[in-house]
Design a protein around this ligand. Structure first.
Ligand code: PBG
Length: 333
């Protein structure tokens, strides 16, 4: 395509007036694209703040309902519920994951019975429930794949039975999407969606989250690098996404968010499927630290980041800023 040259072409003309900037804007933000991750704890009338995530708390189920209410009022389509389990209830095989009456299942039931139209997403992974904090069962320093997948299938069915709309396998075991799809279908849950954490990197940016769900102190020297991806790799992410789609994933997550926009953009252009970015806890923490110091403008930074995800190809974004973004968008109208 031939393009004009200066002085006939002046790129700034289109930018001169607000009306024109609106006309030529290629992307727009909407509350429709937000997923709000929330943390739940046992008890009643309980709220615990999370150190490295200012403004984010763990709530008991009764108070989680108030958060869900806020999501509904703000027009946020879906929340993701993460349990923070008491240490005394964790064991090496994450037994509580395979219990249909566990904290996350009760939280899902409570939210869905009060707000049936709010989408509810649950992770499938063992890390909130294992005393070592790995996403699967271990033998020595190995995280066992097939043994873990069997448990994940049962965990997924419990969550579906509790009313969860979207199952989000975040464990990075091989073959788990197909196995979970099969388990869900056999249990009569053909319409429960799977949002696979397809390209999930072994990232330092998950630190505050592991603190939030109290999992991560005992991961050992390799951390999660035997199952989560090497940050050096990009083609491998494409391979992972292709496999998860072939196994029946309805949507794919690319995680972390901003440092991995290249992966997101590739995923969207190469597959053209619903792609979800996860702006993770460490990204949230960094920004909040800068806001607290007055080094970055909170509102503008949050919106610009969300726009970056949309521009790169995200259809939706998991972000702890979801309510802030929703409020800002409502104000702009
Ligand atoms: C659990 C899980 C993690 C996150 C989402 N699900 C942590 C991990 O894999 O160690 C990270 C979310 C965040 O950092 O905000 N498998």
């Amino acid at each position: 395509m031939s393009r004009g040259q200066y002085p006939n072409t002046r790129m700034r003309r289109n930018r001169m007036q607000a009306f024109s900037r609106r006309l030529v804007a290629e992307n727009r933000l909407s509350v429709d694209d937000l997923i709000w991750p929330l943390f739940v704890i046992e008890g009643e009338q309980k709220t615990e703040m999370i150190d490295a995530m200012p403004g984010v708390a763990r709530h008991s189920i009764d108070r989680l309902l108030a958060q869900a209410r806020q999501a509904v009022d703000l027009g946020i389509p879906a929340i993701a519920i993460f349990p923070s389990i008491d240490a005394a209830l964790k064991d090496p095989v994450g037994s509580l994951a395979d219990d249909g009456d566990n904290l996350v299942c009760r939280a899902v039931q409570a939210v869905k019975s009060r707000y049936p139209e709010l989408g509810v997403i649950c992770d499938v992974a063992l890390d909130p429930f294992t005393d070592h904090g790995h996403d699967g069962v271990i033998h020595g320093d190995q995280v066992l794949n097939d043994e873990t997948v069997e448990i994940l299938c049962r965990q997924a069915v419990h969550q579906a039975r509790a009313g969860c709309d979207i199952i989000a396998p975040s464990d990075m075991m091989d073959g788990r999407v197909a196995a979970i799809r099969n388990a869900l279908d056999n249990a009569g849950f053909q319409n429960i969606q799977i949002m696979a954490y397809a390209a999930k990197y072994a990232s330092s940016f998950y630190g505050p989250f592991r603190d939030a769900v109290k999992a991560g102190a005992a991961l050992g020297k390799y951390g999660k690098s035997t199952y989560q991806m090497d940050p050096a790799n990009s083609d491998e992410a494409i391979h992972e996404i292709a496999l998860d789609l072939a196994e029946g994933a309805d949507m794919v997550i690319i995680k972390p968010g901003l440092p991995y926009l290249d992966i997101l953009a590739r995923a969207k252009t190469e597959f053209g499927v619903p792609c979800v970015a996860y702006q993770v806890s460490g990204e949230y923490a960094m920004k909040c630290a800068a806001f607290a110091n007055g080094w970055l403008d909170r509102d503008r930074t949050i919106l610009e980041t969300m726009m970056a995800f949309r521009r790169a190809g995200a259809d939706a974004v998991l972000t702890y800023f979801a309510p802030d973004i929703a409020k800002l968008l409502h104000q702009q109208r």
